[in-house]
Ligand binder design. Structure first.
Ligand SMILES: Nc1ncnc2c1ncn2[C@@H]1O[C@H](COP(=O)(O)OP(=O)(O)OP(=O)(O)O)[C@@H](O)[C@H]1O
Length: 452
């Protein structure tokens, strides 16, 4: 077999063989190419297996021209790792109790072989208790690693972010977080890798190995005297009830959300509250247009991720304990059906709640539906449309981009406030977006695209 030199901006690696003619592999799937002796070449590839897995495949070639082979190998490696560091060093954090308790097994079976083939190095810490990942992030020697990789659900990523942002050197941190799905709620993995492959550990691992770093906005939360950070969502109303009000029905799997939604809808539950919002954009068509433009513009992935943070970690709008919100905030004082704010498009697989979410527009996507506008039939329809993100087109739904909001719940009994999927006190809460505080890794250097 004679490998041929890739030409120009290589998207595929080609070689010709006397037996089978020209062969091609997408450069994206090439993990490593090595010259074994003067003209034998080993190519390790992340090769698709079944509908949603990748496994390592080794291809051995003998080059007719040893000189050309010597030139070819580094060229292919460069093409395979365009805009991404090759042979990354990882700090791997595994929650052995995530989801169904298989995160460790998944790592060893699906992720480790890909890391090995790609020439990555890593060390593992298993989380031993709640907040362990936060403690690790607070003290980790970041210069020893190219990324922190969470093999878990969203809860561990939430802890890592809170740990990193509570360090004295928080403003200088550029170490990205990579995400491998291991939990029951894997919203960040789905948002980074896409709805099709976001639950696949091996596809997500490829996104970590070849990932490009990009900055993500993070929200600060003040509630009572607590202040912490949130990266996925904050919600009160039906969505919080469907999730947190059905924890005791975990045995039902994903069906518990449907069950919870139907129960709340049939009960005609209403949620009395006051919400004050610092709105930046409230025209859905303009929001959609900016989203589409940002997808087409390859430079729109935000500033270089090796920049230190550009936003401030300190709050601009004070805290929930300030007596008043600023005068330019819009206040609604009505029974709601749902208040749902989010920073990532997918909150779980097949749940595209915030289709126009951008990692670094400095804004939070907020959905608001008033009870008076949502009949039981419409409520059932909305819940179905959330799968694809089409619910935002319903005229009863307000979808806007905001900088901050304050929610003061008045219906307290049997209700929930959820922040990143965790239950928080049903008490006033203030949320503010901070631009580009944490770096993540994804194949595209942004979230996986959503069709809107
Ligand atoms: N060894 C441990 N024992 C008990 N809890 C732990 C342990 N390690 C981590 N945790 C806690 O488990 C929580 C859930 O973790 P994670 O998000 O990885 O899994 P999950 O199953 O997806 O969770 P969820 O169902 O909430 O999405 C985290 O908030 C973390 O504090």
């Amino acid at each position: 077999m004679t490998p041929t030199l890739p030409i120009g901006n290589v998207r595929t690696v080609n070689w010709s063989s006397a037996q089978s003619g020209i062969k091609s592999i997408p450069a994206l799937n090439v993990l490593n190419v090595t010259l074994e002796d003067e003209n034998s070449i080993k190519i390790q590839v992340a090769s698709p297996k079944g509908s949603n897995k990748l496994r390592v495949k080794t291809i051995e070639l003998v080059a007719a021209d040893a000189e050309k082979a010597k030139e070819w190998v580094p060229l292919v490696n460069r093409a395979a790792y365009k805009d991404s560091k090759r042979g990354k060093r990882f700090k791997v954090i595994i929650n052995p109790f995530s989801g169904t308790g298989k995160a460790s097994e998944t790592f060893h079976k699906e992720v480790k072989p890909l890391f090995e083939a790609a020439g990555c190095t890593w060390d593992i810490t298993f989380t031993e208790k709640k907040n362990h990942a936060k403690e690790i992030a607070q003290t980790l020697a970041l210069s020893m690693y190219d990324a922190i990789v969470a093999v878990s659900g969203d809860g561990i990523v939430h802890e890592l972010i809170n740990g990193l942002l509570s360090r004295p050197d928080a403003a200088e941190i550029t170490t990205p977080i990579g995400c491998i799905p291991g939990g029951s709620g894997n919203g960040i993995s789905v948002s980074l890798t896409g709805n099709k492959y976001g639950y696949s550990a091996s596809y997500s691992a490829l996104g970590v190995i070849k990932g490009k770093p990009f900055k993500m906005d993070i929200c600060s939360i003040t509630q009572g005297n607590n202040r912490y950070f949130s990266f996925i969502s904050q919600t009160y109303g039906i969505v919080a009830d469907c999730d947190l009000g059905t924890e005791h029905l975990r045995w039902m799997g994903d069906l518990r959300f449907t069950w919870g939604a139907l129960k709340c809808i049939l009960q005609g539950k209403r949620y009395s509250c006051e919400i004050a919002v610092k709105i930046e954009q409230d025209n859905l068509q303009t929001i959609k247009e900016s989203y589409r433009n940002s997808q087409q513009n390859s430079n729109a992935a935000g500033p270089p991720a090796n920049d230190t943070i550009s936003g401030s970690i300190a709050d601009t709008y004070g805290s929930v304990n300030d007596e008043k919100v600023p005068d330019d905030w819009v206040t609604y004082n009505e029974d709601v059906w749902m208040i749902y704010a989010g920073k990532i498009p997918y909150v779980a697989r097949d749940m595209c709640c915030f289709p126009c979410a951008s990692p670094n527009d400095g804004l939070l996507d907020l959905m608001l539906a008033f009870k008076k506008n949502v009949s039981r039939t419409k409520a059932i329809k909305f819940m179905g449309l959330m799968e694809t993100g089409k619910h935002i087109d319903a005229k009863e739904m307000i979808y806007c981009k905001v900088k901050a909001f304050r929610l003061t719940p008045k219906t307290i009994a049997n209700t929930y406030i959820s922040v990143d999927g965790e239950s928080e006190p049903v008490e006033p809460i203030q949320v503010e977006v901070h631009s580009q505080l944490i770096t993540f890794l994804s194949l595209t250097g942004r979230y996986a695209p959503v069709k809107i």
